[in-house]
Every structure is written in C-alpha cells, then in structure tokens.
Design a protein around this ligand. Sequence first.
Ligand SMILES: [Zn+2]
Length: 381
Amino acid sequence: MDLDLSAIPILDQHCHPLLRDGGGALAPVDYQRFFSESGEAEMHARHAPTTIFFRWALKELAALLRCEPAVEAVLAARARAGADALAGRMFRDANLAMLLVDHGYQTGASYSHAELAMRLPCRLAQILRLETLAQDLIVRHDTFDQVIDAFVATVEEARAAGHVGLKSIVAYRTGLAVSETSRGDAAAAWGPVKERAKRDGRVRLADKPLNDYLVLRALEIAGRQALPVQFHTGFGDGDLDLLTANPLHLRPVIERHRRVPFVLLHASYPYVRELGYLAAIHPNVWADLGLAVPFAAAEIPAVFRQALALAPTSKLLFSTDAYSIPDIFWLAARWGRWGLGTVLEEMVGLGALAANEAMDVAREILGGNAARVYGLPWEAT
Ligand SMILES: [Zn+2]
C-alpha cells in the first residue's frame, strides 16, 4: 500500500510550453520521440517504444482514454478528444495547480505564455532562460558592451517583468564547472561569436568565457535580489556531455554566491546522491526531481529514496520538466505521486515518520517548498 497523494495539488516548478494545437496529427514516430531524450531518429522509431517508460505510459494512457494499449489506438483517441480538451482533462486529472514555465525551448511551434494561460486550468508563472536571452541579444546588437548592458538590464528587470526565477543551461553548452572570468576574457571571445550570428542569423552560444561570464553576472544580480536560479544538471538531450553535468562541479559557485537560491534540476540524474549531498550541506541549494520523474518510470521510488537519504525534506522540489504534449505532464504527476507515496509509506512502516508527518512531507515536496523558494502564495489542501 502506498500513501494516496492524489488530493495534494502540485506546483510544477520546471516545465515547458505545450505545442500549438497539440503539434497537429502525430504519426507514431512523432509521438514516440517525446518519450526519448535522444536526438536520433532511429532511437525514436525503433528503440524508444521498447523502454519501460513508453510501454507503461501506453497502458496508463489507454486506461485514461478508454482504448487499446497500442500506440495507434492511443493516437486515435487523442485525436478524437482534440488538443485543448485533452490538455484540460489531463491537467485537471493530474491536479496540477501551478506551473513555472521556461519558454526558452521550441519557441516557434509552442504556445506563448498568454495562449497557455488561456488554455490551462492552472496558475502560471515564468522563468527567464539566460542563454536564450543572451543569444537573442547577440543577434540584435553590434558590440560586446551593448550585449552585456542589455543582458544585465533584462536580468535586473526580470522580476518586475513577471519572472519568478532565472534558468541556466550552461551544463549543455560548456559544462557546470563555471570559472571566474574577467570582462576582458569574455570580450576576447566575442568576435567569432558575433561572426557566426551575422552569418547564420542566429547563434548557439557555447564559448566558455562568454557563457561563464554571463552566468556569473546573472548570479550577482540574483544574489542582490534573492532571485532563485535553476541550473540544468544531470541527464538531458543528446547534445549534453553528462560528465560535465555532475552538480558537484557547481560547488565553488554555490559557495561564492551564498545569497542565491540554487535550484538544481532533473534530480541531477544519475547523480541523485551527489545532489542530495549538496542540498544537505549548502543552505542555498534545493534539489529538483523532474525529468527523472517520469523518465525513470519504475525506478522513480529509487530516485526519491536516494534523494531523501541525505537531503532534508524541506529541500526537495517537484517538477515534470514536461514539454510539448500534456501526456508527459499527466504521467509525471501520476507517477511522481506514486513514487513519493511508495517511499513515504516505507518510512511510516519503518517508524521513521508518523502518518500525518508523511502527508506533511508530501505537501511540502509537491508544492510548499517551491512556493517558499519562489515567494509564491500557495495553499495545499
Ligand atoms: Zn527543462
């Protein structure tokens, strides 16, 4: 028996927007790619459907949609429901009460914040993605100084513009070992970056002096404003070097910026125990468990167990890291409650937690802790 946490609302503290109109008519391979972090078409077509994640997801979705547990049947049932109705139904069933949305991903084909707010039965707030901002500014401005001035001004105004936190994907670009970088060193890297931007009309910023310098400037501002900063850590899309995404690389930065609330995303999977350690040592580190929920599927209780080994329960945050389709939000909420309920029930059985204490912990992890970190009003019933 696991604890039933279905009545506890979720504050999903890291996710991305849905695709416009559900992405249109989806073929099986288009749908299967949402269940894989690989960028390889062969993985989406042949291997993603064989994961426990996908096999289990199909059965769960088929039960919700009252159809056969086969990809074609699920896709047909989704199409019959219609994109907006499907999203509304899944979000209500998942009891997702609030989302903190990072729009710096798949911006063109996805709903804007206002469009999302019109469609979803929950509260929304935004997170500002630093690297996307920097890339836009590099394209728009001619000089290094203009870019830095505009970057600093936008980050300074982020809270006033409705963002409740910042996010860095420096792990994807040049790794988490962010080192002290002077303005001069960053300026020296500017020329070739601007050349690429001019040539292509856009730019992927992966030039360590510039990436590190911008992250450090943002951390200084976040420290003054006590603005939470999310960092991608651990696994992710195929262009990630998982070796440099170990959250332990962040330790010097965490220690130097003690007034910044660091939110380390994705359970740092597979470095979950390292993440739990950082959250146990540093008052300014919080551990997010998204993406591992739902991707780790049957192993989700193990993720919670490992995080809870060292991390105080006040330091754990829930998210889905879902994007594009509502199905991933629904599965993450459902399996996240199951995994957390399973582990908390074990703790009750052990005599480590009283039953009411376990429910309090669940309310904090599913929403209360995040509400405090971001300074959001929250009522967990
Ligand atoms: Zn994400």
